[in-house]
Ligand binder design. Structure first.
Ligand SMILES: [Zn+2]
Length: 149
């Protein structure tokens, strides 16, 4: 068994179902909607953005929400320049918000680019190292078992 460092719990714990339902009325029609997938540290930020946009652009729709290279990607239809600016401002806030716990974070490279606070960055690096060592030991044990039989 490997011991893994726990990641910090988000300041505000929002279940995925609640996050998903909040955005659901704005999902683009089937076939053009390809999902929402960000860490729960960003749930509140994304839900607030969606609410602000919905008030101003009731017919706007979401094609996809995801994280890529540590950036929030919020793809929409039906926004004007001002709406796009609201999206950029939220994306800028996301570059300073830990994607795991929503505390202050920075873009860091652990196993890939992510916006993480110090604690979650350290936990990620330590857990990756433990996983690699565990997998090496497991592979060796398998090899020994194979040779013994
Ligand atoms: Zn964090």
């Amino acid at each position: 068994m490997t011991y893994r460092l726990p990641y910090r719990k988000p300041i505000e714990s929002i279940p995925y179902d609640e996050f998903y339902s909040a955005l659901e009325p704005n999902h683009a029609p089937d076939g053009t909607f390809s999902g929402v997938a960000v860490g729960d540290g960003w749930y509140r930020l994304v839900m607030d953005l969606n609410q602000e946009l919905t008030e101003k652009y009731p017919n706007y729709s979401i094609s996809q929400v995801k994280e890529k290279f540590g950036d929030l990607r919020y793809y929409t239809q039906g926004l004007d320049e001002e709406g796009e600016k609201m999206v950029s401002l939220a994306a800028r806030d996301a570059t300073k918000t830990c994607e795991r716990c929503s505390r202050a974070g920075d873009l860091r490279y652990a196993n890939f680019y992510e916006v993480l606070c110090w604690w979650d960055a350290i936990a990620t690096v330590v857990n990756n190292a433990r996983d690699r060592s565990f997998n090496r030991k497991k592979a060796k044990a398998r090899e020994r078992a194979k040779n013994a039989s």
